[in-house]
Design a protein around this ligand. Sequence first.
Ligand code: NAD
Ligand code: DAU
Length: 333
Amino acid sequence: MKKVIVTGGAGFIGSNYVRYIYKERPDWEITVLDALTYAGNEKNLEGLDKSRVELVVGNICDAELVDKLVKNNDAIIHFAAESHNDNSLKTPWPFVESNIIGTYTLIEAARKHNKRFHHISTDEVYGDLELDDPSKFTVDTPYNPSSPYSSTKAGSDLLVRAWVRSFGLQATISNCSNNYGAYQHVEKMIPRQITNILCGDKLKLYGSGENVRDWIHAEDHSSGVLAILEKGKIGETYLIGANGEKSNLEVFELILKHMGKDQDWLEHVKDRAGHDMRYAIDASKLVNELGWSPKYTDFEEGLKQTIEWYKNNEDWWKPQKQETEEKYAKSGQ
Ligand code: NAD
Ligand code: DAU
């Protein structure tokens, strides 16, 4: 593999992955296919040599464009998706289109040209766990998605599995837990709270705040995906997680502490419809079979670095902030 397509490579995790392989695989040529939706940003790829990283602004549902790019490359690493649960609850259609039809379009081209395909998915396809349940999600957990977002991701996973079995598609799948780090859109929980403080606003907590998410640094997600792309067994699914379970309230308390605010500088806002209670990943298959391990095992330290990034990169997030908060205000969040 020398020539790879990264779909969604101008988004949060996709651009982290592009920077990661740019550094780790200096002989690779990278084509980013990204529609530059509200969540994509060319600035996420700034500083990378254009002779090694080409940005093609286009849609993964555009079969003609996809076919041409896939034919001329060795592998496709597929991050592009509509990714935010709250948006999916207001306007589900773009999720059906990008996540299901987009994935269908890519795997059709990959099977036609017999190319390696890696599909990026989420732990949310498994539904949620109770707070007192000692178990975690494994590759054998039945699918049980809750939201339009997670159900379209589940649908895309099932398409990939069927194309492996019926057509011999050379594909692997990874399902990862909640990512954090630089370049994450301010609609998401951690950047929203950090930038609220930087704008003089209070943090906005959904419901009671007891919901648990299993946090992983985006660079650890990237290293997991590279390990699967290079060493994973065709047809297999791998779960990526770094044992980072924290309640939302615990994360809020850490943000307030590290940004010098009182612990009561928060508002309880309207809860998310169908809000999943807890996610937790058992990544032992990836660790034991492919020798992967996360580098960022101290969440508090990773969070401090993330806070510093948002403090130092106001030019990057400021243009998204007002519109995002106006949307949240309309839904009482
Ligand atoms: P993001 O919303 O930040 O970025 C998505 C990118 O995809 C954007 O650059 C956008 O322009 C592009 N895109 C969307 N629709 C497109 C289309 N039809 N054609 C071409 N490009 C399109 O998302 P993210 O948080 O970086 O998530 C990336 C992937 O990782 C998604 O597949 C998501 O389901 C998965 N994932 C995310 C997390 C997380 O915590 N954020 C965790 C596990 C898995
Ligand atoms: O688990 C992986 C998933 O993680 C990915 O598949 C999704 O693409 C990604 O967006 C993320 O989904 P969540 O819904 O868990 O992330 P979000 O940042 O939207 O919310 C995290 C938690 O924080 C969730 O319990 C809702 C809560 N929340 C969110 C926002 C935006 C708040 O309490 N306040 C907020 O303002």
